[in-house]
Design a protein around this ligand. Structure first.
Ligand SMILES: C[S@@+](CC[C@H](N)C(=O)[O-])C[C@H]1O[C@@H](n2cnc3c(N)ncnc32)[C@H](O)[C@@H]1O
Length: 204
C-alpha cells in the first residue's frame, strides 16, 4: 500500500495531471516556496529581465519575479499545469507579463538566446539525458545570462520512487553544466545540507 502511494505521488511530482495533479500542485506551492525563494535570490533578476521558469508546476515563482520587474516565461511538460496557469494568470498573460508553453526540456519552444535568466527547481531528477537538457538550456540563455538549478539532497529524495527519480549530487550536476558550455557552475549548500543550488553562467 505504502509503496503504491509512493509510486503514485512520485508520478504526480514528475508529471502532475488530473485531480491528483491539482492537489500536488497546491502541496508543491507550499512545500517548495523556501527553495524557490533561495533560487530567485541567486538569479540576480533586473527590471526588464526575461526569466524562464523551467518546470514551473504550480507557478509559485511568477509573483515574486513580477515584483522584481521581470517578465516570465513558464514552460512545463504537464499540459494540465499549463492549462491551470493560463486560467489563473489570464490577466498577466494578456498584459504580456507571462508567456506559457507546454514543452519538454529536450526541445524547448524558444529561440536561441531568448531569455536572460533560467531557474529550474526540483526538476532535474526527471531529466534522463542531462547533457542534452543542459545543452538546450544553454541554447536559450542569452550571453551574460544566469542559470540557477535547485535540488533537494539525495538523502531527502531517496524516499521517493527510484523508477521515477534519478538522483544526482550537486557536483555531478555542476560537472554536467560545465560540459554543456557553462562556466562558473558553483555549488551552494544552505545550512542543514538538505538542499543545493547550482549557479552557472554561459561560457563566453
Ligand atoms: C516536482 S515539480 C516542481 C515544480 C516547481 N518547480 C516547484 O518547485 O514547485 C516538477 C515539475 O517539472 C515538470 N517537468 C518534469 N520533467 C520535465 C521536462 N522534461 N520538461 C519540462 N517540464 C518537466 C513537471 O511536469 C512538474 O510540473
Amino acid at each position: 500500500m505504502i509503496s503504491r502511494l509512493r509510486a503514485a505521488l512520485s508520478r504526480q511530482l514528475s508529471h502532475p495531471s488530473g485531480a491528483g495533479g491539482r492537489i500536488v500542485a497546491r502541496l508543491m506551492n507550499r512545500g517548495n516556496r523556501g527553495l524557490n525563494d533561495l533560487a530567485i535570490a541567486r538569479l540576480e533578476v533586473e527590471r526588464g529581465s526575461r526569466v524562464l521558469d523551467l518546470g514551473f508546476g504550480g507557478g509559485l515563482t511568477f509573483a515574486p519575479l513580477w515584483e522584481r520587474g521581470a517578465t516570465v516565461v513558464g514552460i512545463d511538460r504537464a499540459e494540465d499545469m499549463v492549462g491551470a496557469a493560463r486560467t489563473r494568470f489570464a490577466d498577466e498573460v494578456a498584459a504580456g507579463r507571462l508567456e506559457l508553453h507546454a514543452g519538454d526540456v529536450g526541445r524547448l519552444p524558444l529561440a536561441d538566446g531568448a531569455v536572460d535568466r533560467v531557474l529550474t527547481v526540483n526538476t532535474v531528477y526527471f531529466w534522463p539525458d542531462l547533457a542534452a537538457a543542459f545543452g538546450e538550456v544553454r541554447r536559450v540563455l542569452a550571453p551574460g545570462g544566469r542559470l540557477v538549478v535547485a535540488i533537494r539532497d539525495m538523502k531527502v529524495m531517496q524516499q521517493l520512487d527510484p523508477a521515477v527519480f534519478s538522483l544526482r549530487g550537486p557536483e555531478e550536476l555542476a560537472a554536467a553544466l560545465r560540459d554543456a558550455g557553462f562556466a562558473e557552475a558553483d555549488v551552494e549548500t544552505p545550512p542543514g545540507g538538505r538542499t543545493h543550488l547550482i549557479v552557472a553562467r554561459p561560457a563566453a
